[in-house]
Design a protein around this ligand. Structure first.
Ligand code: SF4
Length: 228
């Protein structure tokens, strides 16, 4: 099993990229004082689409709902109205239905957030995974960025990079391995590592023809070694 120094990886990525927190839907929403429901909606909107489109969809929805996305405003809005507002993110009808269901859950369980805050990370994760439209990545982004718990969301870029580096193959294997190797990292550093790896996946460690010759992780990479 590959043993990486994740602080070293973080430093290398920092030296290569400058992070723009406003280009990621959840950090952007948090920086603008979003409520927890809005943060969760933003993360749901970012599933299977780019952050750019998710941000547009999020802002359109906010405007359509009078400036604030709350369980009440989503519940009151029509399915069609929500779908129209978030169209830019794609799968708008399915997503709109998920947002309506999520709003219902939050209205029926007003203590839900407090319940989550009172639970250990893995128990809170299990509860989040019971919510409509919430899979492992959505749960982990919410846990890490909103509840500031030690977990690590694995998106498609991070999954690909982790596999190439030799950190594992399944979502859970990679998440656990990163947490184990990164146990010295703070929550802020885990967030930074998560976002910088996404940037690395977009710009250098691309799905096809990764730009290995300019990669700051080249000497650590199993894929690169195997390419010879
Ligand atoms: S060396 Fe190539 S494959 Fe390995 S992490 Fe860098 S870009 Fe990705």
């Amino acid at each position: 099993m590959v043993k990486l120094d994740l602080r070293d990886v973080l430093q290398r990525l920092r030296s290569r990229y400058s992070l723009n927190l406003d280009s990621y839907v959840a950090p952007r929403a948090l920086r603008r004082g979003a409520n927890p429901f809005e943060v969760l909606v933003g993360i749901v909107l970012s599933q299977n689409t780019s952050d750019r489109n998710a941000i547009k969809a999020f802002e359109n929805l906010r405007s359509a709902l009078g400036g604030k996305i709350t369980p009440e405003s989503v519940d009151r809005a029509s399915l069609e109205g929500i779908a129209r507002a978030i169209k830019v993110a794609g799968q708008q009808r399915r997503r709109a239905m998920v947002l309506k269901e999520l709003a219902r859950v939050f209205l029926e369980r007003p203590q839900l957030l407090r319940e989550l805050e009172g639970l250990g990370t893995e128990d809170a994760r299990a509860k989040l995974l019971e919510l409509p439209g919430v899979g492992p990545k959505t749960a982990d982004v919410f846990l890490l960025m909103y509840l500031r718990r030690r977990t690590f969301p694995i998106d498609t870029h991070i999954s690909r990079i982790a596999r190439r580096l030799g950190l594992g193959s399944s979502y859970e294997e990679i998440r656990r391995r990163v947490l184990e190797l990164g146990k010295e990292l703070s929550v802020d550093e885990l967030i930074e590592l998560h976002l910088l790896l996404i940037q690395h996946g977009r710009e250098v460690c691309r799905p096809r023809e990764p730009r290995c010759s300019e990669c700051v992780l080249r000497d650590l990479c199993r894929y690169y070694r195997e390419q010879g």
